[in-house]
Design a protein. Structure first.
Ligand code: TYD
Length: 205
């Protein structure tokens, strides 16, 4: 079972992963959590390049390829072998982030991104994707007033974050069998309860 959490910056994804993992472990499952970009030594090195504030001149195509490169390594080294062993993988961001940010956000051709993603992941898609949905203003405000380090990608304009949010919602509507939208304006406790309910209902866990 491969479950991903997606959402705009400040949607609170990262605080939801560990409690969900704990809950599933209590139910007797072996759960592995990871995040993107990163999750392997090589992918973390690529993350460094992507997040550096002084790399402001990076082009969207370069970004797209680097996110895909980090992901290719994570899939081969970590995700696929663990799925084969029967583990549940919870991943904080995955391929849909590239469609939302580089595709909808920066206008990189989404069909091209889709082929790059297919190549980078060897076609591995999540069984379930939770979209933690929050409007761009709330997300950015949360990001600025606490939680998480401020990074180069946070510095883009609000307009960019609006496109990302709308892009996510469109992605969810295109594949309703894989996506579930969670209202992330609720308290973290409520979001966690909602997520547990969805995971149980959708996967039979
Ligand atoms: P991070 O500090 O991990 O933020 P978050 O807690 O919001 O996940 O930074 C990841 C940033 O990279 C975030 O702004 C989203 C962006 N990103 C992309 O633009 N494309 C991608 O494919 C991925 C995985 C992330």
């Amino acid at each position: 079972m491969f479950i991903t959490l997606e959402g705009p910056d400040g949607s609170g994804k990262s605080t939801q992963v560990q409690p969900l993992a704990e809950y599933l472990r209590q139910e007797g499952y072996t759960v592995f959590t990871t995040r993107e970009p990163g999750g392997t030594t090589i992918s973390d090195q690529v993350r460094e390049v992507l997040m550096r504030l002084d790399n402001r001149s990076m082009y969207p195509r370069t970004e797209t390829l680097l996110f895909c490169a980090a992901r290719a390594q994570l899939v081969e080294e970590v995700i696929r072998p663990r799925l084969q062993r029967g583990e549940i993988i919870l991943c904080d961001r995955y391929a849909d982030s590239t469609l939302a940010y580089q595709g909808y956000g920066h206008g990189v051709d989404r069909d091209v991104i889709r082929s790059l993603l297919a190549f980078a992941t060897g076609g591995l898609k999540p069984d379930l994707t939770l979209l933690l949905d929050v409007d761009a203003e709330t997300g950015l405000r949360r990001r600025q007033t606490g939680g998480g380090e401020w990074n180069r990608l946070d510095a883009y304009q609000l307009e960019f974050h609006r496109r990302v949010r709308d892009g996510y919602r469109e992605l969810a509507s295109l594949e309703p069998e894989r996506w579930v939208i969670v209202d992330a304006e609720q308290t973290p406790e409520m979001v966690q309860l909602a997520i547990r309910g969805i995971v149980t209902a959708r996967t039979g866990i």
